[in-house]
Design a protein around this ligand. Structure first.
Ligand code: ZN
Length: 493
């Protein structure tokens, strides 16, 4: 096994645009911050892909023996409907539409987020801080930015002065933009705007009288700007310099660019050593979007309840499908691609299940040590999971040949092979064997759906004893029923 003492990991740093040799700031320790979800709706599959990519990276570092502090936040205030910061706070808007308390919206979708990631077998982060839990710290950093002269107040809101910052710093360096071009390409400010320039972004927004989510500040009642929370929470838990900051590609601009500006303005330097960005998930060659119907929720893949797929796919198959692409490449989801992944995944699991029973001999036709090194080389090269998976299939080929008696393996090599497979397949890629059989999953769904129908009939006949019995006995078997507006759904633990 390798360890962190072998410093051969290379990471594509979005800031330099190059692959760089990774060196941890503190030997044996890694601080990693990833921008989490804004919890105002069910988590998107594209977001799941981002979090899955960083879960794989988290797992690999841990596998190498690093002590990793992985911080992934929950945005529960301040993220505006329109990224240009006009309009409403996303959570406040949802709360108004559904007539809920904003914290009810937050609670509901945080639960959905956690449940979904758990199904995909993501490990929980070390710390999961919330924006509303760090209002005081956010106010403090605004004061600091003020003192350094990069903020101004206007009508109860506070804005970051991008033009002034850009005179001595380089705004746009992460996303490769120039302020002059941004100015040329943006609309004029309207009379209602409090900002001096369209590029300026809010550090603090004044709360209108009807706005429920509000906190007192030196500038009056309001709420923090979205970009601020990540600067505050990353440095609070990881220090003013830390190793990795990740997120989806769509966050590079303006979110991460603004994070850099805020940190440089207040601390005098950007805290991040390696910026990493996970790429988009498209569907049938097009951008996924609710508005066009080219969209699918994770839960709909697991149950097959949508018009875009003809059958359900297990979370492990979807996870395997996603890891077959490099985290920084665009990945396209389609029924054909999922079917191919399901087949590949079954083949992989079948071979690994057969490994235990393989007969051993006096010599090996398979150089396990060299193969193991190739697996590490793939992961060390910017976490190249598609190459790793290709190597895993190389092992499958040998396992099958040994099974057929066409090749042989020594018991020592067999043991090494088992250990390495276990490390990479289950520990690093986070795949789960149990969910491998989609046919069984489908049968189970059929049976549970039938019981849900019986329960509904019982309730309609006011036979609550029977309906409760169905629910409770399913719960004993680890199957949870959930009644919602659209009927009853279930989850298997
Ligand atoms: Zn963020």
């Amino acid at each position: 096994m390798q360890s962190y003492q072998n410093p051969s990991i290379r990471i594509h740093n979005s800031l330099s645009g190059k692959k760089e040799v990774f060196e941890a700031l503190n030997e044996g320790h890694i601080g990693m911050y990833v921008c989490g979800p804004t919890v105002y709706s069910n988590v998107h599959l594209g977001n799941c892909r981002t979090f899955m990519s960083f879960d794989m990276i988290f797992r690999y570092f841990k596998h190498l023996g690093y002590k990793v502090r992985y911080v992934r936040n929950i945005t529960d205030a301040g993220h505006m409907v329109d990224d240009a910061e006009d309009g409403e706070d996303k959570i406040a808007k949802k709360a108004r539409l559904e007539q809920l308390e904003p914290m009810e919206v937050v609670q509901r979708y945080t639960l959905d987020f956690h449940n979904t990631l758990e199904k995909f077998n993501l490990l929980p982060p070390s710390i999961e801080p919330t924006a509303t839990g760090h209002i005081i710290e956010q106010i403090e950093i605004i004061k600091e930015i003020f003192e350094k002269g990069y903020a101004y107040e206007a009508n109860g809101s506070v804005y970051f002065d991008v033009a002034k910052f850009n005179k001595t710093h380089e705004y746009g360096k992460l996303s490769g933009r120039k302020l002059e071009d941004m100015i040329a390409n943006t609309r004029e400010l309207t009379a209602q705007d409090d900002k001096k320039s369209p590029q300026d972004f809010a550090l603090w927004k004044k709360a209108e009288p009807q706005h429920i989510m509000r906190w007192p500040s030196p500038w009056g009642d309001g709420f923090p700007g979205w970009h601020l929370e990540c600067t505050v929470m990353s440095t609070k838990y990881l220090g003013q310099t830390f190793d990795i900051h990740g997120g989806g590609m769509d966050l590079k601009f303006p979110h991460h660019e603004c994070e850099i500006a805020q940190a440089e303005a207040s601390y005098g330097h950007s805290p991040v050593r390696y910026w990493m960005h996970a790429n988009m998930l498209t569907m049938n060659g097009k951008k996924m979007a609710k508005s066009t119907g080219n969209n699918i929720l994770p839960g709909e893949i697991f149950t097959g309840e949508n018009d875009l797929l003809s059958k359900p796919f297990s979370p492990s198959v979807v996870r395997f499908f996603m890891l077959q692409a490099h985290y920084a490449s665009i990945l396209d989801l389609s029924e054909d691609a999922l079917l191919a992944s399901e087949k590949g995944f079954a083949k992989l699991m079948e071979a690994f299940a057969a490994l235990d029973g393989l007969k051993t001999g006096n010599q090996s036709d398979f150089d396990v040590k060299a193969w193991e090194q190739h697996c590490y080389d793939a992961m060390n090269d910017d976490f190249n999971t598609p190459i790793l998976i290709a190597h895993l299939f190389e092992a499958v080929r040998h396992i099958n040949l040994i099974k057929e008696g066409k090749e042989s393996i020594t018991s020592k090599d067999k043991e090494a092979l088992q250990l390495t497979i276990n490390n990479f397949v289950f520990e690093v890629l986070g795949l789960e064997q149990k969910a491998g059989n989609a046919a069984d999953t489908e049968k189970l769904s059929g049976v549970v759906e039938m019981l849900i129908r019986f329960r509904k009939e019982a309730r309609e006949n006011k036979d609550f004893a029977t309906s409760d019995k169905i629910r409770d006995q399913l719960a004993e078997l680890g199957i949870q029923l959930k009644d919602g507006k659209e009927g009853t759904t279930f989850s298997v633990n």
